[in-house]
Ligand binder design. Sequence first.
Ligand code: PLP
Length: 444
Amino acid sequence: MTALPVRLDRGAADPLGVQLSTQVRDLVACGTLRRGDRLPSTRALATDLGVARSVTEQAYDQLVAEGWLTTRRGSGTFVASDAAPRAVDGSRRAETPAVNLVRLSTGEPWIDPRHRAGWRRAWREVSAATPPRGYGDPRGLPELRVALADRLARTRGLVVDPDEVVVTAGTTAGMRDLLAVLPPGSVGVEDPGYRAAVATVLDAGRAVVDLPAERRHDGATLRGLAAAYVTPAHQHPLGRVMPAGDRLALLDGARAAGAVVLEDDYDSELRYDVAPVPALATLGRDDVAYLGTASKSAPPGLRIGWMVPPPRLLDAVVGRRAVVHDDASWPAQRALLTLLRDGWLDAAVRTARRVYAERAARVAATMAAPATPAATSAGMYSTWLMPQPAALRAQESARRAGFDLPLLSDYCRSARETGVVIGFGGLTDAELDRALAAIGRGLG
Ligand SMILES: Cc1ncc(COP(=O)(O)O)c(C=O)c1O
């Protein structure tokens, strides 16, 4: 055995050695590691996990002391013969517990460790700044909105006044703001589509109408809807760019139906095959609510995004905010201001784009029949179509290796697309290699 399905989090409260011993103990207790199994050497495991050898030594020492592992001089470390997993016979392993599975998530960005210094600088500035005494402007910090308007013009071709920009606590928070002030009515959501968007619409007490993701939508399909949620720059999760003709038909249709288009522009800057496609809102501000997020280039836990509501909804959004105080937290806004001013976000996008291009190529090189790519890869995930039995085999093989592989069918409501969605942002290179090898075994 050369690797273990474990994952360490440098940001967690527990020291790395404790995290490792806890996870290895769980693997033995649930039968993923069986009595007599040989563990990787402390040196190999330390290299694999990118930690100091003292971390792996400390974890093994602890588990030897507790009787889960034994060492045999000169031949390595093994699961102790009396560390019997509960109810596991020799032929069948218990399931790897979900808590230990590394999710191949479409929503976890890769952040270059070289950007840590800039990140810390931003938070030092936050701690030195004086917070506003009251709730502040319901649209968000004025200086931040100036910086965001500048960035929208520069990177998305969207020229707006800073007073038209509203800072949000992320994409779904922006959607909630808009859904609260839109006239009554159902909301169309792409299918397959972003599950959080579906949940947000339902939470707002509105019905969801499935809009087939790869079809053109016009006045006929949008009739009777209050809004239509779309991801035109990079359809989530199928990956296509909405063609120009479909964009124009959608805008005409929305105008005719009196619906607002909710444009989720979540990862448009992370294209590596072509230049980022301009925002849909550049073609018609009147009927589009533009939603942007920092979650694809900064840790999503920052919970910050921005939106440009259509002019007819701006006052209502700001007025509601002034009453319910549903805005982004001041420290997050203040930190984002520094990150923008210092060029941190731009640098994060540039380096992530390079890493994602390389990882997407690695995924493509591993995938084999019956898998076919759903679209050119962009951003931090790559979607592969295949019959459901093959997708399930790939998922099961990934699970045995310690990974949670999302199925394309999980993103469908009435659509019948099948395949897998391989998110590769939140993994180390070594984890990605292991996951791909397992997926390949499942397909082969
Ligand atoms: C399609 C889509 N939109 C938006 C987001 C980001 O959401 P938020 O800004 O709420 O973090 C994600 C994150 O996974 C996403 O997949």
